[in-house]
Design a protein around this ligand. Structure first.
Ligand SMILES: Nc1ncnc2c1ncn2[C@@H]1O[C@H](COP(=O)(O)OP(=O)(O)O)[C@@H](O)[C@H]1O
Ligand SMILES: [Mg+2]
Length: 308
């Protein structure tokens, strides 16, 4: 059904139709075979097939990506890996819970617990005490073999850079949903009126009943995922954009990745890498900037079919 078809798939269909390439779709739309003469290329998930197997694996593994970036001295948020204890003591060891508690103790501002290979902000928890840690751990281990713990950092800005062979194709800031107080309405009323009703789940119920002071800005979700309500805002040329692109290009070069979306964050005024995604997913961005999304996939597919 065209209405529910992924933008990724639509972009591939469009490109292929214009280039005499036959497309066959399998696995409910996740596997795409593109055939021209004797040449057959595959796209899988959001992977268009330009990255080496090792670059893809490093990017998708938050812990390994962090280690590889540290080796290349690219500043990044560290992610400490814990394997699921269901894999057995030979794999997961015995001291994992103490090590988790030690990380929590070393970071009084809190830690973030998430799946090592997660995407879209699913099962990403901020925890500040042992009970929250145990709840988050149980939730992540219920569906993932690997869990990572990162120190919680106060993110001033998060920027996504979509890179193709070191060239920035799209660069945008992620603007989290927020409301500004008027001294009359409660946080609950302001958020509902602004269409951010679903964000109320993220907040303490007690807090939402308070009237927000006039002019006070309240961010409604600590995470920057577009799937969690953040809005992409394209960045203008300038020093900040250039700094983000340089950092993303360094990160891409450190793990040898060709086509990727790289998230960089500003913490205490300094930029560092938060994560690298080897699959370039632009479903939410395409609602606002379809032409940029198509141009980016077209350029990547030109590379796939050797049409530079
Ligand atoms: N260590 C951290 N400190 C503060 N915020 C974080 C941290 N890790 C993740 N976040 C927030 O959570 C969001 C999702 O985390 P991320 O590592 O990108 O996982 P995913 O792959 O699920 O998107 C980020 O966009 C960021 O806003
Ligand atoms: Mg992310």
């Amino acid at each position: 059904m065209a209405g529910s078809e992924r933008i990724f798939l639509q972009a591939i269909r469009r490109y292929c139709a214009g280039h005499g390439i036959a497309v066959e779709i399998r696995s409910g739309g996740w596997l795409i075979a593109m055939r021209r003469g004797a040449t057959c290329r595959f796209a899988f998930g959001y992977d268009i097939g330009l990255n080496s197997a090792i670059a893809h694996r490093l990017a998708n593994d938050k812990s390994a990506a962090g280690e590889a970036l540290s080796l290349a001295q690219v500043p990044c948020v560290p992610h400490h890996l814990f394997l699921n204890p269901s894999l057995g003591v030979h794999v997961a060891g015995t001291a994992w819970h103490d090590a988790m508690l030690a990380l929590l103790a070393q970071n009084p501002q809190g830690v973030v617990v998430k799946p090592n290979e997660g995407t879209s902000g699913r099962a990403v928890f901020k925890v500040t005490n042992r009970n929250e840690l145990d709840r988050a751990m149980t939730e992540v281990f219920s569906s993932s073999l690997g869990l990572v713990i990162a120190p919680y950092v106060e993110i001033e800005d998060e920027v996504r850079v979509i890179l193709l062979e070191g060239r920035p194709m799209i660069v945008y800031r992620k603007e989290r949903p927020s409301v500004t107080g008027d001294g009359v309405h409660t946080l609950h009323e302001l958020a509902t009126a602004a269409g951010h009703g679903r964000q109320l789940r993220e907040l303490e119920a007690r807090e939402t009943k308070n009237v927000l002071a006039k002019g006070e800005r309240r961010i409604l979700n600590w995470r920057h995922n577009l799937d969690a309500g953040a809005e992409p805002v394209l960045m203008d040329d300038g020093e900040v954009r250039a700094a983000c692109v340089k950092l993303a290009a360094d990160a891409a070069s450190a793990i040898g990745i060709t086509f990727a979306s790289i998230d960089v964050v500003r913490v205490d005024g300094a930029w560092r890498v938060l994560e690298i995604n080897s699959g370039v997913m632009m479903e939410a961005l395409a609602k606002l900037h379809p032409e940029l999304v198509h141009a980016t996939y077209d350029a990547a597919l030109d590379r796939v079919f050797g049409e530079d």
